[in-house]
Design a protein. Structure first.
Length: 274
């Protein structure tokens, strides 16, 4: 029987077709916008980072930050490297969304994408387009399900509006895949990746895993509630929210003052949730 060393010496990897591999990142941020009244809390918008492609294919169209895997790096390292190279934004962590491997998803050839979602704090943002990105901007996100069961993804920045229509296909292990009906002007299959990332992020937010990454180390409970409501696109009674989140946070001795409101106690995330 041949040894493993002998087997590997005669093994020819070029005998098998090999796809190229990319990583794409749906990077989200929540931005507080002043309502103009000190009596009202700032309104929060969920934003998504898009780059305008500087080269073919899909030149000048909007897409997710991403790029090709390089020799010697993991797919996760590729995702973090690409988003920083193209936008000067470095996420603290990334959430796996899924593998996108439709044979015709990229006109350049057989290219498989590993997709991730990330959460970026507003303080860390530097939205300068770099590398092969002609521009990078934060788009306001709306993601809703219509009466006919189709999903509507609307991304807007200044006078630019991208509107994609999708259909949910399968759900496995809390991850939903989507089929594109209308890409809305987004490059590649990125409308489906964004929809899957939003679905995954909302699922994680149900378990309070993702929402803390939108906030500084110390935060008010009202700020934490606004983050979850923004991600989930729902409203929760403050008393119910405080009860649900009580096992995940702990009080500090600090307060936030100003803005016409009474001082609010600051909390932090528990190291080990109950």
């Amino acid at each position: 029987m041949d040894s493993e060393q002998s087997f590997l010496a005669n093994y020819n990897l070029s005998d098998y077709d090999r796809p190229s591999v990319t990583a794409d990142v749906a990077a989200f941020m929540i931005r507080a916008e002043n309502t103009g009244s000190y009596r009202k809390n700032p309104e929060n918008k969920l934003l998504l980072l898009l780059i305008r492609r500087g080269g073919h294919p899909f030149k000048d169209m909007w897409a997710l930050p991403g790029g090709f895997l390089q020799r010697g790096e993991t797919v996760e390292q590729c995702a973090l490297r690409e988003i920083e190279e193209e936008t000067n934004v470095k996420p603290v962590s990334i959430l796996p969304v899924g593998v996108f491997s439709q044979p015709d998803r990229d006109p350049r050839g057989w290219i498989i994408s590993h997709a991730y979602a990330s959460v970026i704090s507003e303080e860390s943002v530097r939205q300068t387009g770099r590398d092969d990105a002609a521009d990078a901007q934060w788009f306001a996100v709306s993601f809703t399900c219509g009466d006919d069961g189709s999903y509507h993804l609307t991304l807007s920045y200044a006078d630019i509006t991208l509107h994609a229509v999708l259909q949910a296909e399968t759900t496995h292990f809390r991850r939903t895949s989507f089929r594109i009906i209308d890409s809305g002007g987004l490059a590649f299959d990125h409308a489906a990746i964004i929809a899957a990332a939003l679905s995954a992020l909302r699922e994680e937010a149900k378990h309070y895993d993702a929402i803390f990454d939108f906030l500084p180390e110390k935060f008010t409970l009202s700020a934490l509630q606004r983050v979850q409501e923004t991600i989930m696109n729902v409203s929760v009674l403050p008393a119910n929210f405080r009860r649900m989140v009580s096992g995940y946070v702990e009080e500090t001795d600090e307060y936030v003052r100003g803005g016409g409101h009474r001082p609010a106690k600051l909390y932090r995330r528990k190291a080990e949730p109950l």
